[in-house]
Design a protein around this ligand. Structure first.
Ligand code: ADP
Ligand code: MG
Ligand code: MG
Length: 875
């Protein structure tokens, strides 16, 4: 069985076997780009190793040695040879990129003998011992698990003794002493000598890379990013290119286009006389790639050419790692570059205009969920700002929160619902859990490709990095900037789009659709089959929704109108009424308010339809809390208040008590209210019709879809529909005006799905209320489930997603499918939509497309997401 592939044997399509890094190294070799020779050990070998108690599959090491022979032939160097040693890197690489999560070892193949050979061969002793020093440190840390800081302590001691700042200034003689101390440290920590046998080094390194698949941060990263734990990592063994051979050498990271804005420009950083992780670690601040043009013009030319070739070949923006050895360029990695939503949209549209990709491809290139970033807040451009510092604009968006210096604290406060900004010198993969729960990240060191920047962009979190003027004092939990002291818990704002940092909270604005974003969405509109509506309860939200492209309102909740302060007392009066007479009086007072509401929202949406749901929640939601009332009564009694007042309160308390329900979600609510108190729904119907008459007089087209909630049987629907039609007939009699409207129902009970054919005889439309349908199908009370047991269910992999966020296709979706089929069999023209939270979630939108709904309805800010998701579903 083949476990090892030379780079020239693989290609980009073999990602699952060779990992993304290996497959792309193979592809780059294949198309003739300068890649140091190497080979890849497959993910299959890794999975075998992890399953079979850490043993290599049979024959794997023989294949490794055979491949190593080929590398020796190509490079003319020999692994472990004292005179002409081959050095390699051993690099992890999974099918799905997990930047920095797993381990890589450079300069492997050095020992006390080969280092001399390397020195003699290159005539550069300092270089050779610098490699050896790096190798011992990296190998000991990654493979032997000796604390990184112990090595840093030694080197720092030497630097301060020598009075120098940078590693590359340490002379060869001192490096030799450092190496001796390093070896002694390993001996002390591990009880054995640093391995001198290069073959043993190689085997240990391969094991370490396999093992790194299951290190803590990789596991966390996979959980956050929903990556399958069974993919495994490949191992790439590659001959070294040396970026630490002087000032015509160096290492860099670049994107073929700007990953923040999408602008068509090379974007990246280069560090002279450095190796690998020096750039990412953010220890020295690198120079922008454009400067390479001045420093090493020949290399810059090669680089530009190569980037152009890569983009043309991959037809996408690439994220590249490269090294320059004495003026010669080597490509060490390429992958499709992570980018902000803004960049994703701009690049997709630009590439269509450049003729590189089709419109359909452009639509598939943008992750709908990611558009959320563009629909987020920015700092109000008209705000007068007084920045206290300026860093690099590493990830756009504005954030505000309390300063926190520690990822654990950020996590804790974030979980408690506090807004925090994580402030660090630099971040490492061990900080991920804190970044997840922070509003944004601010670092004092590191460039645009530092860990903090990459991670924040991936998560769509605002980030400012390399803000060198802030001096962090961890011991005192504060930072200072030009004399200002900012303590833990103080509020700051950061602007990831410009790099500015402000004290306190600054004014922010909501986003809008324009330019490339609008273009892309117009392409989405050309292909999608689903209409997109909004859930909106007032004219402002309706207007916002239209701006984002809504084609109607799929859910207007009338109870939100009942909650407003001036209306609540009237609503309470209505609820507390002892008889129908009194109730009608209160309802008459509510009528003008409701009419005004419906007038406003129908007008804002004109000529599109508005689905108006009649009153749904249990009535006690409008009343004061029982316990609070009891306390108030006790206090009134204690202060000998007016007995009449006390009696009134007591009556109220009694009524509240009588309305309390053991299980309100399944209680006296929805159409059951309309059945028991028909006058409530009659008032609402009247308000709708009167508003429509008003609009008709003004020649403003309006169409109301009157929706009856929580129906389980056609008899409920028939009865309430007749009430509504009766109100209409009354009004027609009074005014002589004729109106067009529809009556339908929300489908949110399993029984309703099963009897959908009967319901469809009475209903002109169905809207799947998948929030409640999920509750009633799974028997999960949402408010209890999300906090208490869903996280455990996710953790134990009983469920894949939170069913309230991502539609449960099998269960809830299964019922929806039954309902759709039954409804259409009875009433082929019935209008079918969804109005649960799922209506704005891409995979749920896809499901709605598959089962043939007519529209999805979601919150105004998710409309662009739904438009794109609907297009992707149709492609
Ligand atoms: P990661 O997946 O964390 O990016 P890599 O395997 O890409 O890890 O290695 C990190 C860096 O190490 C690379 O970007 C490159 O700079 C350096 N590196 C890896 N292999 C080699 C090599 N063969 N020659 C020179 N540098 C290398
Ligand atoms: Mg890399
Ligand atoms: Mg409901």
């Amino acid at each position: 069985h083949k476990y090892v592939y030379l780079f020239e044997e693989g290609n980009a399509d073999m990602k699952y076997l060779l990992g993304g890094k290996g497959a792309n190294l193979a592809e780059m070799s294949r198309i003739g780009l300068p890649v140091p020779p190497g080979f890849t050990i497959t993910t299959e070998a890794c999975n075998f190793y992890l399953k079979e108690n850490k043993s290599f599959p049979e024959g794997m090491m023989e294949q490794v040695y055979a491949a190593l022979k080929k590398i020796e032939e190509k490079t003319g160097k020999i692994f472990g040879d004292a005179l002409n040693p081959l050095l390699v890197s051993v690099r992890s690489g999974a099918a799905i990129s997990m930047p920095g999560m797993m381990d890589t070892i450079l300069n492997l193949g050095l020992n006390d003998e080969t280092v001399k050979g390397l020195a003699a061969l290159t005539g550069d002793e300092r270089f050779a011992y610098d490699c050896y020093r790096r190798f011992i440190q990296m190998f000991s840390n990654v493979v032997l698990e000796v604390e990184h800081s112990l090595f840093e302590d030694i080197i720092e001691r030497y630097k301060s003794k020598l009075g120098i700042i940078f590693d590359y200034e340490i002379p060869a003689e001192e490096l030799k002493k450092i190496i001796e101390e390093y070896k002694a440290l390993v001996k002390k920590e591990k009880g054995f000598d640093f391995p001198q046998d290069v073959h043993e080094q190689l085997v240990m390194a391969i094991r370490a890379v396999f093992d790194s698949w299951n290190n803590q941060r990789a596991i966390v990263y996979r959980r956050i990013n929903k990556i399958d734990d069974n993919l495994g990592t490949a191992v790439n063994v590659q001959s070294m290119a040396f970026g630490n051979m002087g000032n015509d050498s160096g290492t860099g990271v670049a994107f073929t286009r700007n990953p923040s804005t999408g602008a068509k420009e090379l974007y990246g950083e280069f560090l002279v006389n450095a190796q690998g992780e020096d750039v990412v670690a953010g220890i020295r601040t690198p120079m922008p790639i454009s400067k390479l043009k001045e420093e090493l013009p020949g290399v810059y030319e090669q680089f530009i050419d190569t980037c152009a070739k890569l983009e043309k070949h991959y037809r996408d923006m690439q994220d590249i790692e490269f090294t320059v050895e004495k003026g010669k360029l080597y490509m060490l990695q390429t992958r499709s570059g992570k980018r902000t939503a803004r960049a994703a949209v701009n690049i997709a549209v630009d590439m269509v205009n450049e003729g590189l990709i089709t419109k359909e491809e452009a639509l598939m290139r943008v992750d709908p969920e990611q558009l959320n970033q563009l629909l987020h807040r920015q700092i109000d451009p008209s705000a007068k700002l007084e920045p206290i510092a300026q860093g690099l604009p590493a990830s756009p968006g504005a954030a505000c929160g309390k300063v926190v210096f520690d990822a654990d604290i950020a996590e804790k406060l974030g979980e408690a619902g506090e807004k925090v900004i994580l402030v660090r010198n630099e971040t490492t993969p061990d900080d991920i859990h804190g970044i997840v729960l922070a509003q944004g990240v601010l670092t004092s060191r590191g460039g645009m490709t530092s860990h903090a920047a990459v991670v924040a962009r991936g998560m769509g979190k605002p980030c400012v990095c390399g803000c060198e003027v802030i001096k962090i004092d961890m011991a005192n939990k504060q930072f200072t900037v030009n004399g200002t002291v900012v303590k833990e818990g103080d509020i700051i704002s950061i602007d990831g789009a410009t790099g500015r940092v402000m004290l306190g909270e600054v004014p922010m604005i909501e986003p809008s659709l324009s330019g490339e974003f609008a273009t892309l969405l117009s392409w989405a509109d050309e292909v999608r089959k689903l209409k997109v509506r909004a859930n909106a309860d007032n004219p402002q939200d309706a207007a916002k929704a239209r701006e984002f492209g809504a084609e109607g309102i799929g859910l207007c909740r009338t109870e939100h109108m009942f909650m407003e302060t001036e209306r609540l007392p009237i609503v309470q009066e209505m609820i507390l009424a002892d008889n129908e007479e009194e109730r009608k009086k209160a309802l008459a007072k509510l009528l003008p308010f409701q009419k005004e509401d419906f007038y406003g929202i129908l007008k804002a949406m004109s000529p599109y339809p508005v689905t108006i749901r009649l009153l749904d929640p249990p009535l006690h939601e409008f009343l004061p809390d029982y316990e609070t009332l009891l306390l108030e009564i006790a206090e009134l009694k204690h202060s000998h208040a007016d007995p009449a007042l006390i009696r009134k309160k007591e009556e109220l308390a009694a009524k509240v008590h009588s309305l309390a329900e053991a299980n309100p979600m399944l209680g006296h609510r929805g159409c059951r209210l309309g059945i028991t108190y028909p006058e409530i729904y009659r008032m609402q119907a009247r308000a709708i019709f009167e508003a429509m008459i008003e609009l008709k007089k003004e020649n403003i087209p309006a169409f109301a879809e009157i929706e009856i909630p929580l129906v389980m049987d056609v008899a409920e629907l028939a009865l309430l529909k007749e009430e509504i039609n009766d109100v209409y007939r009354e009004i027609k009699e009074e005014t002589g005006v004729e109106l067009e409207y529809a009556v339908g129902t929300m489908i949110e009970l399993p029984r309703a799905c099963i009897v959908a054919d009967e319901l469809a005889k009475e209903a002109e439309f169905f809207s799947f209320g998948t929030n409640d349908l999920t509750q009633t199908t799974l028997g999960f009370s949402r408010d209890d489930a999300e906090g208490k047991f869903i996280p455990v269910y996710l953790d134990k992999k009983i469920i894949k997603n939170n069913p309230f966020a991502v539609l449960d296709r099998k269960g809830v979706g299964g019922l929806m499918k039954i309902a759709v089929e039954k409804a259409r069999s009875e009433n082929p023209d019935i209008l079918l939509g969804i109005c649960g939270e799922h209506g704005g979630e891409p995979s749920s939108v896809e499901f709605c497309h598959i089962i043939g709904l007519n529209y999805v309805s979601c919150s105004p800010y998710r409309i662009p997401i739904a438009r794109l998701a609907a297009a992707q579903a149709a492609l």
